[in-house]
Design a binder for this molecule. Sequence first.
Ligand SMILES: Nc1ncnc2c1ncn2[C@@H]1O[C@H](COP(=O)(O)OP(=O)(O)OP(=O)(O)O)[C@@H](O)[C@H]1O
Ligand SMILES: CC(=O)C(=O)O
Ligand SMILES: [K+]
Ligand SMILES: [Mg+2]
Length: 569
Amino acid sequence: MAHALHFSISLSPPPPPFLSKRLSSKPYACSARSPISSVHSVSPVSENGLPLSKAPAPVVLQPTTVDSGVMHVDVAMEVELRENGPRSSRRTKLVCTIGPATCGLDELEALAAGGMNVARLNMCHGTREWHRTVIERVRWLNQVKGFSVSIMMDTEGSEVHMGDLGGLTSAKAEDGDIWTFSVRAFNSHRPECTISVNYDGFAEDVKVGDELLVDGGMVRFEVIDKIGPDVKCRCTDSGLLLPRANLTFWRNGSLVQARNAMLPTISSKDWLDIDFGIAEGVDFIAVSFVKSAEVIKQLKSYIAGRSCESDVAVIAKIESFGSLKNLKEIIQASDGAMVARGDLGAQIPLEEVPSIQEKIIRLCRQLNKPVIVASQLLKSMIEYPTPTRAEVADVSEAVKQQADGLMLSGESAMGQYPEKALAVLRSVSLRIERWWREEKHNDNMELPDIASTSLESVSEEICHAATKMANKLEADALFVYTRTGHMASLLSRCRPDCPVFAFTPRPSSQRRLNLHWGLIPFCLSFTNDMESNLDKSFSLLKARGMIKSGDLIISVSDMLQSVQVVKVP
Ligand SMILES: Nc1ncnc2c1ncn2[C@@H]1O[C@H](COP(=O)(O)OP(=O)(O)OP(=O)(O)O)[C@@H](O)[C@H]1O
Ligand SMILES: CC(=O)C(=O)O
Ligand SMILES: [K+]
Ligand SMILES: [Mg+2]
């Protein structure tokens, strides 16, 4: 069901400067990269490969506040509120990976109108120039078309992966075929049945008899011989090899934690991408293959030194064997987490993934961090216009677990039905959320105190009390006026039955709150006078049809330590 979007914009839209740029919708040749084994240090380096002696000047992003009297909310959320009313609005947030299938302005707009809350850019693929153009397009849609889509940059990390296939979108490996995996680089001419590997130590680390898994087992090989830099393998499970697919190797049924496990989580190429992300003002940086809390702390302090706004949130991707040992510390140090089931499923037995997903979601809720469930949610929709029943059941499980966000990967990056896949996530989320509320399954999770000061304890208690009241009184919405966004996250953590309208004066906080379950972030300037804040919000929201007279609102703020119960006049 597609929504027609009706909104008026007083400015005449400036012509987007990037419209003339053509982004290839075919896989592009990626620039040559240095082999990851040459990386020894995690210190930031400049474009010429030299360490940065001092941090570059702080980056100033976008306007930091809004005009009084102006209220901004994502136009797709506004339509949803107007059409369905607050209580029926979607609580689960949707993240779409942008790739060749969706990098055009029209495709991006269709995703934004279809409910995309966050656009993800995977730095494993594409050039920085390509990503910059996508970011410009999303910003243009936000500024001119009234959306509020956040941007998440996902680092490549020091994983072992295949190189490009010399322009091919895929290559078929058949049972019994002999393929060569080599650390040699093939610039223009790649010999037949030969794949380059980005990790120099590859040939030394594997042994004859090892099992080589491409993309977590989409294709399998057995190592049959080693000749210098070349590793000869026989295909034992046929399938499609995709450019830059991830590689793991197994010995006697266990994942080999070879020297690549010692490589830094953030490679020198990643640091350059991170500099790029900060300069472009991305909202989230997702760090691949996190193994410890230290790397997250290091990145957070790097960001704080680089950007005066320091509003880039750091998301820890849980996708390696190593991350599971330090799960709590990693999540505690981060601003959020991602259950990256694609690589995770290649590192631990598949049958362990569902329970670990549940555990991570629970832990994130307890520690008050947003969590995204990612990979293969609707994988068959890369090729087919409808999902399998099993995929719908998987999505519904993540919705029942009340994960903050669900993510599309290949489905939106290079699939044939990106908008349909997003529509499936949207409709399954809405349906399952409603059913779960009606069944009164919401919320019996014990939430430990997380406050570190007495003032924070008061905020936490206020949020618990406000949620309880809102549920009991069947309020239409909770309102929260928050300068930093923290109080809004505390309300989201309580997973109330009604949505939370989160008012914040800063566009960057508004975009960051996009990822939290049940929050509808508004950018609005407000004062310390709650009466006038409520009056102003009511009149703006009523005028735009997002609430109506008689609606019951429970309101809290991080300025006034009380809970207000108000009927919309
Ligand atoms: N920017 C891009 N350019 C070209 N293809 C892309 C891009 N982003 C994603 N893709 C394609 O979509 C597929 C799925 O995307 P996804 O982000 O899940 O990547 P991945 O390679 O599986 O790695 P990761 O583990 O980081 O998610 C990729 O394998 C790639 O084929
Ligand atoms: C999303 C991701 O990186 C994964 O599933 O591996
Ligand atoms: K990645
Ligand atoms: Mg991954």
